[in-house]
Design a protein around this ligand. Structure first.
Ligand code: SF4
Length: 224
């Protein structure tokens, strides 16, 4: 089995210390996840900062913001902007109706309950809820998005499967004894694996010749 600690150390040496998203707290992080669709982090940040500047990043502000403010920002965020505006309003509505406008309150709840609360929001599945809690300082594992999952699968933590859910569970089982303790090192691992999957270990034609993990990687051993 590969050594996750070594993998993360090599990635940190290669990419440097990863930067956390500018969103702070669960409400902002849910909005961050819904800021755009299939676009760069830079575009996501532009939409997010536009919301902060034009309306304000509170449930009340998003709920009250007129369509003329929200729609141009949602258009910057990619396809189907009307759906995006609808989701932003849903995020605000759920936060106002169920959490009195303060989604930070879930951070005082048991982890499982906080996770269930987040999974009510648009586009937040189980790994997304775990990631948001991790960025808020609460951790119970290493959530992975699909770039990070691909990196660990290629290295050899799980066999490739058409069923992403089954592969994700296999990866989680394989890494559970090796993950670092604490939200900060887990966030670092998550972000570095994501960055690697978006750049060198990209989906098609990974750049194994340039990869700092090549000596540890099952895919490189077979294909390079
Ligand atoms: S050696 Fe290639 S497949 Fe393996 S982690 Fe690096 S880029 Fe990905």
């Amino acid at each position: 089995m590969p050594d996750l600690k070594k993998i993360i150390a090599l990635l940190k040496k290669h990419y440097g210390e990863p930067v956390l998203p500018p969103a702070r707290g669960p409400f902002e992080l849910v909005l961050w996840e819904n800021a755009c669709y299939l676009l760069s982090d830079e575009r996501r940040a532009a939409v997010f900062e536009g919301l902060r500047r034009e309306g304000g990043l509170t449930a009340e502000a998003i709920w009250q913001a007129p369509q003329e403010i929200l729609l141009p920002l949602a258009t910057m965020g990619g396809m189907r902007p009307e759906t995006r505006v609808f989701r932003w309003r849903e995020i605000a509505r759920i936060t106002l109706q169920q959490f009195g406008g303060n989604l930070d309150s879930i951070l005082q709840e048991p982890y499982a309950k906080a996770k269930r609360a987040l999974q009510q929001f648009p586009n937040i599945g189980q790994p997304g809820a775990e990631k948001i809690l991790m960025f808020c300082g609460l951790s119970a594992g290493l959530p992975l998005e699909w770039n990070g999952s691909r990196v660990l699968q290629r290295i050899g933590y799980a066999r490739a499967q058409k069923n992403y859910g089954a592969m994700y569970r296999a990866l989680q089982e394989a890494v559970c004894d090796q993950i670092p303790r604490g939200a900060a090192p887990l966030s670092r691992a998550h972000l570095l694996l994501r960055q690697h999957g978006k750049t060198l270990c990209r989906n098609s034609r990974p750049l194994c010749e340039e990869c700092p993990l090549a000596a540890l990687c099952a895919f490189a051993a077979k294909h390079v």
